[in-house]
Structures are given as C-alpha cells and as structure tokens.
Ligand binder design. Structure first.
Ligand code: ADP
Length: 481
C-alpha cells in the first residue's frame, strides 16, 4: 500500500480554535475528511488569546526563533490531543504578536495595525519549525488566503528556507478581496532574496502576498468554480494575473462539516430532529419567536453574517424599512456584526418595528445554529460570495435560501422555479429585487405542501466534504513527489 500523502494546512483561522468566518470552517473540517489511507492532514495556526485555545492543555513540541530585520523573535510550537478535533492541530505562540484577544481586530472591532509584520513572523516561524522538526514532515504545504501567501515564495526563492523548496505548495483563495499588501519599506521583515526576484512579490508597486501566492504556488484553488470565473474579471486588480495563471487553477466547492452541522445531534439546538421535520422546524421556530418577541403565524426571514459591503448588508436597513412600511406579512431576525452604522441603524429600528423585527448584534455561534434550525428563509444578498457556507447550513437545517446569483451561491442553490429547485434567486443587490423575492417567499410559504416538500428535499442534499476532499486529493496526487 502506498504511503499516505502528508499535508500541512497553514492558516490564520481554524474552527473551533479561532474563527471569524468561512475560512475557519473550511480549515477545521477539510482535514478531518482527509484522514484516510491516502491523505493525512494537520493544521497550524497562530496561538491567539482566545477562549477555546486558552482552555486546552498544550504540549510544547518546538522552540526557536526567526530574525525580523533587527530583532530575534522567539516562538514556541504546541500541539494538543489529536482526538479532540480528528486531526493534529499545532499552534505557534509568538508573544507580543498573537497573544491578543482577536484574530485581526480587538473585540471592539479595531483592526490591529501590524498585520503584515504579525503574519510574516508567523509564516517564517512555521518554516523554521518545519526545517527542524523530525516528526512533522509534510509532502504538501496547503496555504490559505493572503496571511500565508508568502510561503510559496519563501520556500522556492529565499536561501533561508530553500531546503524546503522541494515541497509542493497549494494555495487556496477563500476571499480574493483582501490581498494583505504592504510597502517595500517593510522588505527587511522578509527573509533575504535576490533583487531580480522582487517582481514575484510585487503587484502595482507594493508587496502583495495574494499576488505572490498566485504567481509562485504550484497549484491554485478557489472555493467554487463560479468564483474562479468571477475572479478572472473582478478581483480587485488581480484579473490579468488570474487569467494568466489559469492553467494551474481549479474551483472546488467547499463542503460543510456534517458532523458538527447535524440537526439530529447538534448540541446548540434546544430541539433536535427526532420525530419529523415539521415538528423540528416548528419547535425551533417557536423558541426563536418567543425569545425575539416576533409574531406567530408569519414566515421568518433571517440574515446571518458580517455587516460588510461584500455581503450586501448595507441594503438591510432599507429592506427592513420597506418590508414593514409596505406591510409584507413576514418577520425578520438579523444576527450579525461589522460596519458600525449598519449595526446602529438596525438596532434603532427594533423598537419601531417591535413584534416583527429583531436583531442580535454580535457573534453568537449557538444562536446561529438555532436560527438556521428555526427560520423559514435565509437571505444572502451578497455582492461577492466565494463559496458561502450559510446557504448550505440553511439547506441542511430546513431553511430555504434566498440568494443573489453570484459565486458559490450559483454552484449550490437552484431557483425553485427550475427543476430540482432548492431556493429563491435574484440578480441585483437592490431592495426592489429582494422585495420581489420576498413576495415569492411569502407565496411559497402559503403553499404548505410545496414548501414542506422543498424543505425536506433540501435537508437530504449532500454538501459533505467527501466530494471536495476527493478533488483536493487528486491535486495532491498530481504534484506530490
Ligand atoms: P465569510 O465570508 O464571512 O467567511 P461564509 O458564508 O463563508 O462567510 O461563512 C460565514 C460563517 O460565519 C458561517 O458559519 C456563519 O454561520 C458564521 N457567522 C457569521 N456571522 C456570524 C455571527 N454574527 N454569529 C454567528 N455566526 C456567524
């Protein structure tokens, strides 16, 4: 039997240790599904000052240092019981840089100003540890998003880490809007490289880790096929690069962790799926209506996510206003955080539309699960959606997605007017377009037989990681030595 391919996922986030969004969900789930005879995966992330990380018992496996231009940065690598997550998780403690109570920003949402230096240190620490580790010797380095985008360059082109240059690199773009760019004046933080190689790091006059990864990785993936297509025409300035590197690129739709997201066993739910789907949905919905003081007998529409332009969250206040001023028979419950003016406006509307509208401003994992289980419709008016996980969680928990036709939403939802329909789709991030979808949702809700049929079909759809894990495995096999 051939030896399994050993993969090390290098990331800024991994659920449940550190999460702000979908990147964490992917890095926390994919490795679990990759533990097979053919692939064995481990994950390394920074050691943040976050509750889950602080709760674990860590065992030190390495201690070392990296030179940061004018100071020696000490770091330590720890691991914990593999049985905990289903794969080995390593965390790198870098005091002064990651022992903070947030991943990219403090708990008030203020971004740390030293992102470039923090993540360069992390990437160098990962490579120093790999150079010296006798137990962790990956066949593939799988890097995720710009925070780890300099690694393919460092192993290939810097003398300091070139003895790792034989290891093939895969780079996955989860979110192509963020590039992690910084000026050439910070070059001293990077390991030495010959000047003529600078072009591999540069895009539009600055060092651009996302561009560097696209140029220098062995294989490039994005988290849906439709998103890969979109990036070629709209990627914040990287379009020609993505067109040029198309030969090594593929789109692989994320899966969801069906062990965590299981309506039958999910511990976050007050009522699990035991008797029947209508009973499961009704009971969970009733609890939400009670908790959030919403009217009985009406469909419940929800939005869960970051209040960001890319999520289309800026239309929410207008949508709430128009929905209730035009008297649409529906309740709306919003869970999210982000852009302060959006938070403020939505909060201000709660009293005005009390009984029909409510919000929870903040991040609440358990509540998100409860809402997926209790809502009737989930709205995703995203401008950009590389893959999107919410629509898959919604489908699995019997909530019908109402989504804009974009990115991964196109690859995972079918309008109910079409064969195999699972949701409602619209084209533009405009209140009018969304209101039209709300009318369709209300109509569908009134047709109980059809509504129940779509919900029960949706809950059987397969979005598990097995299919995506196989596609990644194929890529690993093609490049592993
Ligand atoms: P993103 O672009 O934010 O990564 P995804 O759809 O890929 O979007 O993933 C979003 C994930 O974050 C989902 O698991 C969603 O349920 C979760 N999420 C987003 N905002 C919140 C919140 N305020 N509370 C709880 N979970 C949230």
């Amino acid at each position: 039997m051939p030896n399994p391919i050993k993969v090390l996922h290098i990331s800024a986030e991994c659920y449940p240790a550190a999460k702000t969004g979908g990147l964490a969900d992917v890095v926390g789930a994919l490795p679990k599904y990759q533990q097979s005879q053919d692939v064995q995966s481990a994950v390394v992330i920074p050691k943040y000052d976050l509750p889950w990380i602080n709760k674990q018992i860590w065992e030190e496996v390495y201690s070392g240092g990296v030179w940061m231009g004018y100071y020696d940065q000490k770091f330590k690598v720890f691991t914990t019981d593999q049985a905990l997550l289903g794969f080995p998780l390593y965390v790198i403690e870098i005091l002064g840089k990651f022992d903070r109570p947030g991943i990219y920003a403090d708990p008030h949402g203020n971004h740390y100003g030293d992102e470039a230096e923090r993540f360069i240190t992390f990437q160098k620490a990962v490579l120093r540890w790999l150079q010296n580790s006798t137990s962790v010797r990956p066949d593939i380095l799988h890097c995720h998003d710009h925070h780890t985008g300099l690694i393919p360059f460092m192993v290939k082109h810097t003398p300091e880490f070139q003895n790792l240059g034989y290891i093939p690199t895969v780079f996955t773009i989860h979110n192509g809007r963020y590039h992690g760019s910084f000026g050439w004046n910070a070059r001293y933080l990077l390991p030495h490289f010959d000047d003529y190689l600078g072009g591999l790091l540069e895009w539009k006059g600055v060092i651009n880790p996302l561009a560097a990864a696209i140029k220098t990785c062995w294989r490039l993936t994005t988290v849906s096929r439709a998103y890969l297509e979109e990036l070629r025409t709209d990627s914040n300035g990287l379009e020609p690069l993505l067109q040029q590197e198309g030969f090594k690129s593929s789109g692989i739709l994320n899966g969801i962790d069906t062990k965590v997201w299981d309506p039958e066993t999910d511990p976050a739910l007050q009522v699990n799926l035991k008797k029947s789907i209508p009973h499961f949905k009704r009971e969970n919905k009733n609890r939400l209506l009670e908790t959030f003081n919403l009217e009985k007998g009406l469909p419940l529409l929800t939005f869960i996510g970051r209040f960001a332009l890319e999520k289309g969250a800026d239309v929410l206040p207008d949508l709430v206003y128009r929905t209730f001023s035009q008297n649409y028979p529906i309740n709306i419950l919003i869970l999210g955080s982000g852009d302060p003016p959006i938070q403020h406006t939505l909060n201000g509307m709660v009293q005005q539309y009390s009984g029909r509208f409510n919000t929870y401003i903040g991040y609440n994992e358990d509540l998100a699960h409860q809402i997926y289980a209790g809502a009737d419709f989930l709205l995703m008016p995203s401008r950009v959606e590389p893959c999107g996980l919410n629509q898959m969680y919604a489908l699995r928990y019997g909530t019908i997605p109402i989504v804009r036709r974009t990115g991964g939403l196109l690859d995972s939802v079918v309008d109910y007017g079409d064969p195999g329909g699972s949701g409602i789709m619209f084209n533009h991030v405009w209140t009018n377009d969304i209101l039209h979808s709300l009318s369709r949702a209300i109509e569908l809700y009134a047709d109980k037989k059809l509504f129940d049929k779509i919900v029960s079909n949706n809950m059987k759809l397969d979005f598990s990681w097995d299919r995506s894990a196989q596609e990644y495995q194929k890529i690993y096999q093609e490049i592993a030595k």
